[in-house]
Design a protein around this ligand. Sequence first.
Ligand code: FES
Length: 153
Amino acid sequence: GVSTISLKVNGTVRSIRAEPRVTLLDALREYLDLTGSKKGCDHGQCGACTVLVDGRRVNSCLTLAVMSQGKEITTIEGLAKEGGELHPMQAAFLKHDGFQCGYCTPGQILSGIACVQEGHAGSEAEVREWMSGNLCRCSAYPNITAAILEAKG
Ligand code: FES
């Protein structure tokens, strides 16, 4: 049956009424109107739905919303500061043209942040390996890699 699920998204706790089988991706998009996280495949194969949960990247299409209660969820909507100053990873993607159509970009950026935070941005090869679960149909990969290496500083 339907129950209350409380999610802390981008620093704010919000409650939804949903079935326990609802995914974190659907909770974000359909219940909370946070449509920045994209549904590419809904099967864990494209990375368009990537968000951070307690600082670690997850495919939100493979994560149940109920399992994410009590954790810090970060989506693309939560990265820029109030006033609009971009997160350094967003700024680096802009500078290096790390996107073309933009559909995969939110997932790429969250995954890129995790790449740096978890220490996997030591080299171009390391970045490419870490980012291999985030597909880009426009094949902007060289620019995505350059952006992540720049954001690492
Ligand atoms: Fe989740 Fe493709 S929509 S990995």
